[in-house]
Design a protein around this ligand. Structure first.
Ligand code: ADP
Ligand code: MG
Length: 344
């Protein structure tokens, strides 16, 4: 099976695993299907996702990560165990050395939960943690060792994290609980309010990825959307336009823009001027929303580049970071800093 050193991006939406020196070996949605009665795991990842919204009543499909952190510890552990087993081989006796990402600004308790879950799931002790923006920067091949400032903005399912990095450290950062999921919710809310139609989260996400745009586009694209009429209770289909989606997600996108602004403001002037020269690198699935780069450029005046493989960047960086263990450990919030975060 694959090498014994792996990097894991434990995301809210997707789990991506990279074998050191080999690239991506697993990329599946972060969902688990369980029996209602015994909470026994029936399926994980792709197979479990296929059951969302269409499974028998006795099975529930759960996303154990919410807003970038562990929402259900035991299920996260079971999911990690399954994925780690898949890439290292279930019968393997040698435990893999694991580097796993945590959002910046997570509390000490949340960090410990990720480490414990990885170790309980079969990672060699100690499991190593890396702040997500650093992993994203390494994965995007930003020269982290240099004294220049670089800005990475990662837009995942549950969170957006913006950070300026320099010399393997995080100079300024901000993390908000707004990401792709929030955009999906906003689309569902919009359709409910305007059309009295209830649509599921998968449908809303499909609308977003098919016709969504951060700025108005010409010509407007359309998609047929099927949902349940709130008044009659019967299925009904409506047509949505890109401009509807743009309107629905405006407010959430404004929060993303604001986060980038805040980080720019907190960055010391010399490093901020590097960022203005070099531009911002976007990673995470949200980076693929059409014209999000243009919106950020328009709102901040800073040029924006989308990473080559936005969905795999963080995992690749985590895998590569196995070579820089000590520098990475120094970038994690100290227990005192975490304590401050917990009290906020
Ligand atoms: P996480 O790190 O939280 O697991 P990812 O980086 O894997 O998140 O990104 C998942 C998010 O990206 C989801 O909310 C998904 O809807 C969104 N996404 C994926 N493709 C697109 C696209 N083409 N346009 C807009 N959003 C997208
Ligand atoms: Mg992510």
């Amino acid at each position: 099976m694959f090498g014994k050193r792996i990097g894991i991006d434990l995301g809210t939406a997707n789990v991506v695993v990279v074998a050191h020196g080999r690239g991506v070996v697993l990329d599946e949605p972060a969902v688990v299907a369980l029996t209602d009665r015994e909470n026994a795991v029936v399926a994980v990842g792709d197979e479990a996702r296929g059951m969302i919204g269409r499974h028998p009543g006795s099975i529930q499909v759960i996303r154990p990560m919410r807003e970038g952190v562990i929402a259900d510890y035991l299920i996260t552990e079971a999911m990690l165990r399954y994925f780690i087993g898949r890439v290292t081989g279930r019968l393997s006796l040698v435990k893999p050395e694991v580097m796993i990402c945590v959002p910046i600004g997570v509390t000490g308790v949340e960090q410990r939960a990720v480490r414990d879950a990885a170790e309980a799931a079969g990672a060699r002790r100690p499991a190593h943690l890396i702040p997500e923006p650093l992993a994203a920067a390494i994965g995007a091949e930003i020269p982290l060792g240099s004294a220049r400032g670089h800005m990475v903005v990662d837009i995942g399912g549950g969170r957006t994290e913006a950070a300026v990095v320099s010399m393997f450290g995080i100079v300024a950062s901000e993390s908000i609980r707004v990401g792709g999921d929030r955009l999906d919710e906003a689309i569902a809310q919009y359709v409910k309010r305007r059309n009295n139609l209830l649509i599921g989260e998968r449908t809303a996400e499909e609308v977003k990825t098919t016709i969504g745009s951060a700025l108005p586009i010409e010509p407007d694209r359309t998609i047929g959307v099927r949902g349940r009429d709130q008044i009659t209770g019967l299925p009904r289909t409506i047509e949505l336009r890109s401009s509807d989606v743009t309107a629905a997600i405006q407010e959430s996108l404004a929060a993303v823009v604001q986060t980038v602004r805040v980080v720019l403001e907190r960055t010391p002037p010399d490093l901020a001027s590097d960022v203005i020269d070099r531009g911002i690198v976007l990673t995470g699935g949200g980076a693929m929303l059409p014209h999000l780069d243009d919106l950020l450029l328009y709102e901040t005046g800073v040029p924006v580049h989308i990473a080559d493989d936005p969905l795999e960047c963080v995992a690749k960086g985590a895998g590569a970071a196995l070579d820089y263990m000590e520098v990475v450990a120094r970038a994690l919030p100290t227990p005192e800093e975490s304590l401050v975060a917990e009290q906020m």
